[in-house]
Design a protein around this ligand. Structure first.
Ligand code: HEM
Length: 401
């Protein structure tokens, strides 16, 4: 049956006279009366971009409308296929009584690639990326071991983070972990939960996940604004960062470069959290209020105008998007940026707990031993001591090297 069908298509596509079709740029569609040919179908299946204007624009014309009393009068000059084509390509003249622009999109042509991308590429690359990060950390731990405090503990402590700073950190951290877990469940539920626990359990877990995800988002945004306000000043790049980077932060080898309150590695974490976190929040808000905050068509137009797409060798990005396409781009962006930030945060969690002796105290009790402070943040320790003695605390004057 299948072979017969393909054979019929081959005949219909006019393969009997292929020379003319191959020589001209525009395929010869005379044998199909202007409809798509087997070559069109095969090219589409190979993922090649085909110029589909011959279909897109073949949507009938009101001028050819038969009189209302005649047989085709009610379709206004379009046949059924023409009408469906116009619906599919978003050019049909639709009037809806409620729901506005969103409800007027009856067939959403851009939905299929998004669905495919989400259930294959996004899931595979995202999942393997996180597993790769975890694998790399395990390898690092096995090779380097825990970063120990070299000097004996002094028993004297200094305050590293005030209670309000720790509250902001744990609000951000707690909400991010909840968001990450519930987000992953939403993406991987079908693959992992259904085979393991069945459809009912998957449905229950995902409904709960969605509720948690939507609400924890607010805590994350509040935490993000708080840590930004508290720590932005300490995370501005300066000259000590160059030295720290040149010595790989003392992570490889035994030297510990001087650092202020935050070293260059921590500054990278801070700015990643702030920039990627803000971007995740923006796309998340767009998803939380469907169709209310479209942002991608405008962003794509700016990228095209700046010539960024050209430099990257990409075709201009689409600047006219249906409301549904806006949501699809928001979903993809939200998930991709979240995967990147999750990878970074997994490494941060490792170094803030298992990876470095004494680090957790900073966010646990808020106080660290002077031996730890001297080893990892020597300039900052001198500043704190100077401030305690009532002296002016300028890092340059007291750099401990
Ligand atoms: C169980 C999870 C976590 C642990 C154990 C942890 C631990 C820590 C510790 C100990 C510090 C202070 C480092 C120092 O004294 O120099 C810190 C800082 C910080 N944390 Fe976390 N954290 C966790 C989760 C998170 C999450 C989820 C985020 C953001 C989404 C985050 C963002 C930050 C930022 C921006 C800083 C300041 C920069 C830095 O020290 O790297 N943390 N964390």
């Amino acid at each position: 049956m299948m072979r017969l069908y393909i054979f019929a298509l081959i005949l219909a596509s006019g393969l009997g006279a292929p020379a003319a079709a191959q020589d001209s740029l525009e395929p010869d569609r005379s044998a199909t009366g202007g409809a798509q040919t087997l070559e069109d179908i095969l090219a589409r299946q190979r993922g090649e971009g085909i110029d589909d204007t011959f279909r897109r624009e073949n949507t009938g014309s009101p001028d050819t409308a038969a009189g209302i009393a005649q047989q085709l009068g009610t379709l206004g000059g379009s046949s059924d296929p023409e009408l469906w084509r116009a619906l599919r390509y978003g050019s049909a003249d639709i009037t809806v009584s409620s729901g506005g622009e969103v409800a007027a999109v009856l067939v959403q042509d851009g939905g299929m690639w998004w669905l495919d991308f989400r259930r294959t590429t996004l899931k595979n690359w995202g999942g393997y990326f996180l597993l790769g990060v975890i694998g790399a950390l395990i390898a690092f731990f096995l090779l380097r071991g825990r970063i120990r405090i070299d000097a004996p503990m002094t028993g004297r402590t200094v305050v590293r983070f005030q209670a309000i700073e720790r509250f902001a950190h744990w609000l951000l951290a707690g909400s991010f972990i909840l968001l990450g877990l519930t987000g992953l469940l939403t993406l991987f539920g079908r693959t992992v939960l259904i085979p393991a626990f069945g459809h009912e359990a998957n449905s229950f877990i995902l409904i709960a996940s969605k509720w948690v995800h939507n609400n924890a988002a607010w805590a994350f945004m509040v935490g993000l604004v708080m840590i930004f306000a508290f720590w932005v000043w300490h995370n501005l790049p300066d000259r000590t960062d160059l030295k720290w980077i040149a010595q790989f932060g003392g992570i490889i080898g035994s030297k510990h470069p001087p650092a202020r309150k935050f070293n260059a590695g921590q500054k990278v974490i801070f700015w990643s959290v702030v920039i990627l976190g803000a971007s995740i929040s923006a796309s998340g808000l767009s998803l939380l209020f469907p169709f209310e905050i479209p942002m991608f068509a405008k962003t794509f137009a700016i990228l095209n105008d700046l010539g960024i797409t050209g430099v990257l060798g990409l075709d201009p990005l689409p600047t006219e998007l249906t409301p549904q396409e806006e949501m699809q781009y928001a979903q993809l962006w939200h998930a991709i940026v979240s995967f990147v930030l999750m990878g970074i945060i997994i490494a941060h969690i490792y170094i803030g707990s298992l990876g470095m002796e004494g680090a957790f105290d900073a966010m646990g009790t808020g106080e660290v031993d002077e031996a730890w402070a001297h080893q990892h943040h020597s300039i900052w320790l001198e500043d704190v001591k100077a401030a305690d003695k009532g002296e002016s605390a300028t890092g340059d004057a007291t750099a401990a090297e």
